[in-house]
Design a protein around this ligand. Structure first.
Ligand SMILES: [Zn+2]
Length: 459
């Protein structure tokens, strides 16, 4: 089978490092006989060749590339494209449901579950995952040290919220400051006021976060807050942004209501997570401030009401009222065309997340077309990863999400053309009925990450 065992993969990395030293030149891989989707342009580059040297793309050409000594991969006329990027997951929230996780789950269980989720993402063709709360820098350190083989990882650390807001998973009668299971595990931080915000944001960066995640408004899946809740003061948001910018990084925020979105982006928030009440005014402000929209389209699926997260009648009521309020979203996005990154907002164990990722891709194609979905999965999310800035971006050597010279060699070769059919990169028109695929997407023939072959069923 094609999957390298983690230990073998680590050994392979080490061996290639040794042989590279011996020959005094980094290893090269030459892809031939491919059509390139470069992450940016709708037209594929037909009959092209890509040379990878070390962990970066060295040459992209329609002419033959002379590279004696390179390992040659004949793409068989398939599509070569950037590795996909998940813009908003919660890999540490991988218990069976919130009740169980907030009762007594331990960091050992959640860490092992996180590894399973990240391994699943890589098998599905995702070479980068941004985590928007729960997982921290320790998981990234373990990944970057080769303790498991998973995608590049951008963690927000503990998500930061306020008492009674969307990020508050304490018990109903908990007093302010009472630790909950999530605060004990450093998966969430509850703050009141600018000073506590400064501390929480700085703690996250100290512990390896690459950006900050704020719970700025209420949500649908939480219990104590109306989704319309304006959960943070201007001062609190500005305090978080000030810390993030001191690290050369940024804050992203969970934002539903228009007024909250305007408040957040004015204060310097760079990624509008969910961003449901988007309109022309929001679009203008986002453009002025260089902010991005990231929306999980499964939020618009009536199937969402069946998830365990919304089992409580209070959540069901919120979902119904939210669905009514968010009907303008698609018209507004089609009209104003904000820069939009792909996200799933996925929590749960690996098989559950796999279903959601596949269904989110399908919905992207249905609502915005295949090209827009592919762009959101690659170059736009690559731009969002780069917002972490030069000081603390763990992967600053090249661009992510594009096929161009100098970019990271995070590459897929797909049997078929995803611009015509998203199912070749794993999109699925069913959600909960989808069958688990432990080996990932069959039509993704090659997965390369950082110049290393992770999967190759071509030759
Ligand atoms: Zn989320």
């Amino acid at each position: 089978m094609q999957w390298a065992k983690p230990a073998l993969a680590v050994a392979a990395l080490w061996l290639s490092a040794v042989s590279a030293q011996a020959q005094d030149a980094p290893a090269q891989t030459l892809f031939t006989n491919v059509h390139i989707f470069d992450g940016v342009n709708e037209a594929r580059i037909e009959n092209a060749h890509v040379l990878v040297e070390g962990n970066l793309i060295k040459t992209v050409s329609t002419e033959a590339i002379d590279a004696p000594g390179a390992t040659v991969i004949d793409g068989g006329g398939g599509t070569l494209m950037p590795g996909m990027i998940e813009g908003h997951a919660h890999v540490a929230l991988n218990g069976p449901d919130i009740k169980v996780m907030t009762a007594d789950m331990t960091w050992e269980e959640l860490a092992i579950g996180s590894v399973g989720v990240l391994e699943m993402y890589l098998k599905e063709g995702f070479t980068t995952v941004r985590d928007m709360g729960g997982a921290g820098g320790g998981l990234r350190r373990a990944r970057d040290a080769g303790q498991f083989v998973g995608p590049r990882f951008y963690p927000a650390g503990a998500f930061i919220g306020t008492v009674g807001g969307h990020g508050d998973f304490a018990f109903y009668s908990s007093l302010p400051g009472d630790p909950s299971n999530f605060t004990r595990l450093n998966m969430m931080a509850i703050v009141a006021g600018d000073a506590q915000m400064l501390t929480a944001a700085r703690m996250n960066f100290r512990m390896g976060a690459t950006h900050i995640k704020l719970m700025l408004t209420g949500g649908v899946a939480s219990l104590y807050d109306p989704w319309q809740l304006m959960g943070m003061t201007v001062g609190e948001i500005e305090a978080a942004v000030e810390v993030a910018e001191a690290y050369g990084s940024y804050a992203g925020a969970h934002m539903y209501e228009k007024e909250a979105i305007m408040r957040g982006i004015r204060a310097g928030v760079k990624t509008c997570e969910h961003c449901f009440m988007f309109d022309g005014e929001v679009a203008a402000l986002m453009e002025e401030k260089g902010a991005y929209m990231t929306t999980n389209l499964t939020a618009f699926s009536p199937l969402l009401a069946q998830t365990s997260m919304l089992a409580d009648p209070r959540n069901q009521r919120k979902f119904a009222s939210f669905s009514k309020a968010a009907t303008g979203y698609f018209d507004m996005v089609n009209k104003y065309k904000p820069k939009r990154g792909f996200i799933t907002d996925c929590g749960g164990p690996a098989p559950v997340c796999q279903q959601q990722v596949a269904y989110e891709k399908f919905l992207g194609g249905e609502f915005f077309g295949n090209f827009e979905t592919l762009k959101s999965l690659t170059s736009t999310n690559g731009e969002i990863m780069a917002l972490s800035g030069d000081f603390i971006n763990p992967y600053p050597e090249g661009k992510l999400g594009v096929i161009e010279e100098g970019a990271y060699a995070d590459i897929l070769v797909v049997d078929g053309n995803p611009l015509e059919d998203l199912s070749v990169i794993g999109a699925n028109s069913v959600w909960f009925e989808a069958e688990y695929r432990p080996d990932g997407v069959e039509t993704i023939k090659v997965i390369m990450m950082d110049g290393e072959i992770i999967k190759n069923t071509l030759n």
